[in-house]
Design a protein around this ligand. Structure first.
Ligand code: ATP
Ligand code: MG
Length: 170
């Protein structure tokens, strides 16, 4: 779905997006462009989080010295009308990671909040030994994402290659 269309239709169509594809093709770029539009054009409260950073913050919040409670970290995640969770599945799945993610997703799902995910993992990767998204995030979360999000599978060239070429020229 095009960024312009998504921004135009929000909040009439609160369905989220799951952008899947290889590194460097612009998944994060498009997610940021989208919330930029929603904030500037419509004043929608949006939040961007890298998946690994979020998990680290939640983990740190267990530390009494850090001064943040777990709920203090999670509250804005639950409250944001539109949340971008970038690089879903980037952290090795453990029981704690799966449970934490399931908690976040279930809460946003129940509150009918829009969530935009990006991920390098696919449902049906072409390489035989490649790990699937379900293997990275667990069955429960993947199942909910079917209902919460429209899947956009992206392919194409890695923009980062062109950035390096430009660096060589200067
Ligand atoms: N449409 C575009 N035009 C020009 N540059 C772009 C475009 N999309 C992305 N880029 C640039 O290409 C680089 C890679 O983009 P981005 O970080 O969005 O990729 P990604 O798909 O999220 O990669 P990863 O899976 O590694 O997170 C960034 O420097 C970004 O600014
Ligand atoms: Mg990215």
């Amino acid at each position: 779905m095009k960024v312009e269309r998504f921004a135009r239709e929000y909040p009439d169509n609160p369905c989220g997006l799951l952008r899947m594809g290889p590194p460097g093709i612009g998944k994060t770029h498009l997610a940021v462009a989208l919330i930029h539009r929603l904030v500037l054009n419509k004043g929608v409260p949006c939040l961007f989080y890298d998946f690994q950073d979020l998990l680290k913050e939640i983990q740190n919040s267990y530390n009494a010295d850090s001064g943040t409670s777990e709920l203090g970290v999670l509250q804005p995640i639950f409250a944001a009308n539109v949340l971008v969770l970038d690089d879903l599945g980037a952290r090795k799945p453990t029981v704690w990671v799966e449970e934490t993610l399931a908690h976040i997703i279930s809460t946003r799902y129940n509150d009918m909040k829009t969530t935009i995910f990006t991920t390098n993992y696919l449902d049906s990767p072409s390489g035989r030994n490649e790990v699937t998204l379900t293997e990275r995030i667990g069955d429960r979360v993947r199942s909910r994402l079917y209902e919460m999000c429209q899947v956009v599978e992206m392919s194409g060239a890695d923009y980062r290659r062109d950035i390096r070429k430009m660096d060589h020229r200067t």
